[in-house]
Design a protein around this ligand. Structure first.
Ligand code: ADP
Length: 220
């Protein structure tokens, strides 16, 4: 797929659970005509499909743990191999090992990777997760009242099974332990764009575009 607006090879979205990675990822992919992939969403799909990979995944997700690096790498690398020249990925890399493998596979263009870190404080994360719904039919995710239909396609809205406060706290702890070192890793190599994730999706998106020096005139 052609890349528009970005001078970077690919964009990684990093941030705590419910920080808005999926929302920002989809907005960016739409704007820049980029391929978009969410490892978390794909892992949940594999579980729903009942594949062998999904069955191995289920026990990690039900315990709010990360899947092993080999599994995350298998999923993300096979997608990246087909993604072409411009992509945005949400939820990968999530560990230092995954980040090193990604750099390895990018080789010469690794320095042209950018990571957007969506910074959201814990109290806001818990509040968002408690009010988060997703569409069973299309990729829409957002706040809604319980009886609402999807504002995008009218499909039925469902709660994510792992958005209760104890599960979110557990995922935050795992994130701080395993993913904050990845944030540091990209900061050290000057590939981190630090963005406040607080505010409306549109406000945050403006910051993301500024941070990435996005320019519609650039054609990849
Ligand atoms: P959240 O950001 O709210 O945790 P995601 O949808 O991004 O939600 O991910 C859901 C879960 O999928 C994670 O908590 C983790 O268990 C698993 N997962 C997603 N990406 C990875 C990865 N790169 N490595 C290991 N586990 C992953």
């Amino acid at each position: 797929m052609a890349r528009r607006g970005l001078k970077f090879a690919g964009v990684v979205l990093l941030g705590p659970p419910a920080s808005g990675k999926g929302t920002q990822g989809r907005l960016l992919a739409e704007r820049g005509e980029l391929c978009y992939f969410s490892t978390g969403q794909e892992l949940r799909r594999e579980v729903e499909r009942g594949t062998e990979f999904g069955m191995r995944t289920a026990r990690y997700l039900s315990q709010n743990r990360y899947v092993p690096d080999e599994m995350a790498l298998e999923l993300a690398m096979s997608w990246l191999a087909d993604a072409g020249s411009g992509w945005v990925i949400d939820g990968f890399p999530r560990t230092r090992t995954q980040a090193l493998e990604l750099d390895d596979s990018l080789g010469d263009v690794a320095h042209r990777l950018r990571t957007v870190f969506l910074d959201v404080p814990l109290d806001e994360i818990l509040r968002r997760a408690a009010g988060r719904w997703e569409c069973g039919r299309c990729p829409w995710v957002g706040p809604s009242d319980e009886l609402g239909a999807c504002p995008c396609c009218g499909g039925a809205l469902v709660r994510r099974g792992d958005d209760d406060p104890p599960s979110v706290r557990k995922r935050v702890a795992v994130y701080e332990d395993l993913t904050l070192p990845v944030v540091e890793f990209y900061a050290e190599s000057s590939r981190l764009v630090h963005v406040s994730g607080v505010g409306s999706a549109e406000e945050v998106f403006k910051r993301v575009l500024i941070g990435l020096e996005y320019d519609d005139e650039i054609h990849g």
